[in-house]
Structure formats: structure tokens, C-alpha cells
Design a protein around this ligand. Structure first.
Ligand SMILES: Nc1nc2c(c(=O)[nH]1)N[C@H]1C(S)=C(S)[C@@H](COP(=O)(O)O)O[C@H]1N2
Ligand SMILES: [Mo]
Length: 423
């Protein structure tokens, strides 16, 4: 394809990849080491696919409850939390990325058979194989995905229990806008409904403006194909929007006029309360026939990962307070830390590079004098939004409900060095 033909609308026509608009019959998927499933697993010898040291035992913890809420009839613990308190840096290893699948095992999808249908209020519906998607120009971006269930709660002890439903990966894929331009969105279309391939076909509806902005149809996670629990072979990445929008095992994208209220959107991911903080991406302003409105963009948030709940400082003396900060609205600009319960604040050091809608790592040197201390962190993003305390939380959101659990998380260090949840 020559440069003069590189306009978005021309990719498919000039590439002649998808003759007739309906693409079928791809036999191979190039470049990603995908092939027939191996019955005995992958590794023929120990170096074929690397393993951790046997001394490293960090695992994600299966989850059956969130606070007092029973999880979607999920007694087997099909969901799991990221061990946030044990990770370094800002990227979540794919094998430790939290899992929220509403009681479903990942469907066992053969990537050679998988299809993505883009249809609805469009000029020319299209079906894509994975190979066809991979032949389009790709982008790679680092973004967090966080479940709306992540929130400070008095009844929990640890960071992971309260905030372990977040992960941050480098996602690779095709901008959804490329596919939407290709099918030709018709006048009057305002929403995009997406659907997964699992038995219960989870769906989510986002505004067309977001779909055309920065959403990815992703097939890569941290340099290799997306893991089954994260949506193999395809998932949406909807930067900054709460978890449910990032539909896994993506098989359908439908352009529609009105938002749908799918089963899980109605059950867990919408509100009937009207007076919430709005903004183009904050909350859906068009209620679906009185059924409620969606929460969309996550606010500015940070947590101290060390010292955090259930950890223990062995001795008085020098420590580095470490933590993570993020915002669904943009880039973290500043993180302040308090060791005296919010009376005084000190700027923490942000690790470069700080990326948009991604986890940022902060550190602050601290000498613990052996007395009681109340640790807090506060994030400010490039939209000048400041992470609220739990007292400021209702004013921040215009509701006391739970659109995003971004209230400041306090940790109390006791005289004996033990660390406690101080919500
Ligand atoms: N198909 C499908 N997509 C889904 C879900 C699901 O159950 N099915 N769960 C959603 C929710 S609520 C969250 S928080 C994220 C979790 O992504 P992860 O499991 O990769 O961490 O996926 C979203 N996408
Ligand atoms: Mo979620």
C-alpha cells in the first residue's frame, strides 16, 4: 500500500484484503506464533517458555466476595485479584492481571475460526478474521483497566482486597475508528454496543464519540497474544472507562441509535440517581427509557502500595513509601503524600515516563520514628481534578453512590509497626 493511499477509509479497499466485504477462510494467522493447539502444552524444554524462580511465589488470589457482596453466583472463584501490593513498576504481568468474568470460564476460542462482525447502522457491514485485523496498521499503548468494584472499604484489611481489580498492560491492536470508518457509520448513530463470545454474551454500550476517539480492538497484551482470561483472541480497550466497557472475547460491534441496557449494565453498572457529576465522558446523560444511566470515565486515584494493610515495618528507620496513581481522564500530574493523616502534604517523586491513562509509580523517602502514623496519597491529573477524601467524595461525584472508588485510602501504622486499613 503506497503512502498516498494511506487515508483511513482506504485501507481495506486498496489492500484488497476483504473482497466483497465478507472475509472468510483465513487459514493461518501470521507473525504471532499461533497455530493448532498442542495437547500436552507448549514447552518442550525448560527454555521454550520462561518460568519464574521457584523462590518467587506471587499469585493472584481467587475471589468469591467483594466486601459483603456475593460475586455473581461465583462460588468457584472464577474471578481473581491482581496482587498489587507485591508488584514493582507499572506493568501488570499478564499472568497476574485481575480477572472479572461474571462466572464464566474463558471460552476456548480457536483464533483461526474467530470472527469479528461490525454492523448495525452502517453502510457496509464487515466480518473480520484475526489475520485480517493483524494486517491493518497496529498501535501499542499502555493503559490500565479497573473494575468499578475497586474501592476503599472498612471491612477489608489489605490493598489487594480493596484495590486489586486493576491491571495495566501494553495493549496492541487496531483503532476501532479504523473499522468504523471502513463500515461507514450512518447519520443518527450515537452509540456502539459490543458483545463477547462467552456463554452469557456480556455486552456494553459506549458513546460513538468515545468509540471514534481512542478505543482499541486489541489482540496483543505485553508483547504476546492476549491471555484467555483477558479475552483471547480479541478484546476492546476503552481507555479510562470503567472495566465493563473493555469487552473480552469480542465478537460483535453494533452501531446503534440508542444505548442498550444489557443484563450486566442494568444489574451492576448503572444508576437510577440522576444528579451526578457529568461531563462528556463522565456519565451517560441520556437515560435509557427511565432505566438509569451508565458510569463511564474513572476519576483521579492513587494508593500507597508500601506500607499497606497487613504489612509490617520490622524496625524504626528509613523506608521508601511507594505507590501507584492513575486517572481515567488523562495523565497523572502530581501525587502528594501525607504521613500525618492529611495535616501536611509532600510531593512524591513520579517515575518517568508518566503515560496517559496508565499506572504511574510514585515514591517518597520516609523515616519512621516508631510512633503512630497515618499515611495517605492524593493524585492530581492534567485536567486539574484532585482525588477526593472520603468526606469530599460525595461532592466530587455529586452522589454518595459508587461510580468509582477513588476516595483517598488511609493506612495507619501502629507503634509496633503493623499497618492497618484506616478507612
Ligand atoms: N466478555 C466479557 N467482557 C468483560 C467481562 C465479562 O464478564 N465478559 N467483564 C468486564 C469487567 S466488569 C471488567 S472489570 C473487565 C475485567 O477485565 P480482565 O478480566 O481482563 O481484568 O472486563 C470486562 N469485560
Ligand atoms: Mo468490572
Amino acid at each position: 500500500m503506497s503512502a498516498k493511499h494511506a487515508s483511513r477509509r482506504r485501507f481495506l479497499k486498496e489492500g484488497a484484503v476483504f473482497a466483497g466485504g465478507l472475509a472468510v477462510g483465513a487459514k493461518t494467522v501470521g507473525g504471532q506464533g499461533l497455530g493448532s493447539p498442542r495437547p500436552g502444552g507448549v514447552a518442550a524444554h525448560p527454555m521454550a517458555y520462561g518460568e519464574r524462580s521457584r523462590f518467587v511465589q506471587t499469585i493472584r488470589t481467587p475471589m468469591t466476595m467483594i466486601g459483603h457482596i456475593d460475586l455473581h453466583g461465583d462460588p468457584d472463584g472464577l474471578d481473581a485479584r491482581t496482587p498489587l501490593s507485591e508488584l514493582t513498576g507499572t506493568i501488570t504481568p499478564s499472568a497476574l492481571h485481575y480477572v472479572s468474568s461474571h462466572g464464566n470460564q474463558p471460552p476456548d476460542i480457536d483464533p483461526r475460526e474467530h470472527r469479528l462482525l461490525v454492523y448495525g447502522k452502517v453502510d457496509r457491514p464487515l466480518v473480520f478474521t484475526l489475520e485480517e485485523l493483524m494486517r491493518l496498521p497496529s498501535v501499542s499503548r499502555v493503559h490500565f483497566i479497573e473494575c468499578i468494584a475497586n474501592a476503599p472499604r472498612p471491612e477489608e484489611k489489605t490493598l489487594d482486597e480493596m484495590h486489586g481489580m486493576i491491571g495495566c498492560s501494553e495493549w496492541t491492536g487496531v483503532p476501532l475508528s479504523v473499522l468504523l470508518n471502513e463500515v461507514g457509520v450512518r447519520d443518527g448513530a450515537r452509540w456502539v454496543l459490543s458483545e463477547g463470545a462467552e456463554a452469557t454474551k456480556m455486552g456494553a454500550t459506549m458513546p460513538l464519540g468515545k468509540a471514534m476517539d481512542d478505543v482499541l480492538v486489541a489482540y496483543g497484551q505485553n508483547g504476546e497474544p492476549i491471555r484467555p482470561h483477558q479475552g483471547f483472541p480479541l478484546r476492546l480497550v476503552v481507555p479510562g472507562f470503567q472495566g465493563k466497557y473493555h469487552v473480552k472475547w469480542l465478537r460483535r460491534v453494533k452501531v446503534v441509535e440508542h444505548p442498550y441496557m444489557t443484563y450486566w449494565e442494568k444489574h451492576s453498572y448503572s444508576t437510577r440517581r440522576g444528579s451526578m457529576r457529568t461531563g462528556p465522558n463522565r456519565m451517560s446523560n441520556s437515560h435509557v427509557a427511565g432505566q438509569g444511566a451508565y458510569f463511564m470515565e474513572q476519576g483521579p486515584k492513587s494508593v500507597i502500595t508500601f506500607p499497606s494493610g497487613a504489612q509490617r515495618l520490622p524496625d524504626r528507620g528509613y523506608y521508601t513509601i511507594k505507590g501507584l496513581a492513575w486517572s481515567g481522564s488523562g495523565t497523572v500530574r502530581r501525587v502528594e503524600v501525607s504521613t500525618d493523616g492529611g495535616r501536611t502534604w509532600t510531593d512524591a517523586k513520579l517515575q518517568e515516563p508518566v503515560q496517559r491513562i496508565a499506572l504511574a509509580r510514585f515514591t517518597l523517602p520516609w523515616t519512621w520514628n516508631g510512633g503512630e502514623a497515618l499515611l495517605m496519597s492524593r493524585c492530581t491529573d492534567d485536567q486539574d481534578q484532585v482525588q477526593p477524601t472520603s468526606a469530599e467524595f460525595p461532592a466530587f461525584w455529586g452522589t454518595s453512590g459508587a461510580p468509582h472508588g477513588n476516595a483517598i485510602q488511609p493506612w495507619r501504622v501502629a507503634n509496633d509497626g503493623t499497618v492497618h486499613n484506616a478507612v
